[in-house]
Design a protein. Structure first.
Length: 134
């Protein structure tokens, strides 16, 4: 009788062990996924602290009333020190009469000549660069 009891206890221990091991592994996996701060899931995105527009200055020469084009790029310096190209997200503008900007390209047609500025806005920041039409 002793051997039958011993066999039952041994078999129960094996079955219990098989149930405990997967549960332990599942617990370890779940506890590793719950640390949102370590995985940066709750981290705020970097905030822009400065803008830069390239080129910093441009001279557009309009000949015989033909329009000329100048492409601009906008870069944001983030709070963490990285610089990010935000050209596609930024709003570029130029005073009325000096031309128009579409897809970060200034098209000047010579209606107004002289010095002006190309403005950029992104993330609550503003920046302007000099442009001259002659």
């Amino acid at each position: 009788m002793q051997s039958l009891q011993s066999t039952i206890i041994t078999n129960y221990a094996n079955i219990a062990g098989m149930k405990i091991v997967p549960l332990l592994l599942l617990g370890i996996l779940i506890s590793g996924c719950g640390n949102r701060v370590a995985n940066n899931l709750d981290a705020e995105p970097p905030v822009p602290t400065a803008l830069r527009v390239a080129p910093a200055t441009a001279t557009l020469i309009v000949v015989n009333g033909l329009s000329v084009k100048q492409r601009y790029e906008v870069f944001a310096t983030m709070a963490d020190g990285t610089e990010v190209d935000v050209t596609n997200e930024a709003t570029l503008s130029v005073p009325s009469g000096y031309g128009e900007i579409q897809a970060a390209v200034l098209r000047a047609d010579g209606v107004l000549l002289g010095k002006t500025q190309v403005g950029a806005q992104h993330g609550g920041l503003n920046f302007a660069v000099a442009a001259r039409h002659r």
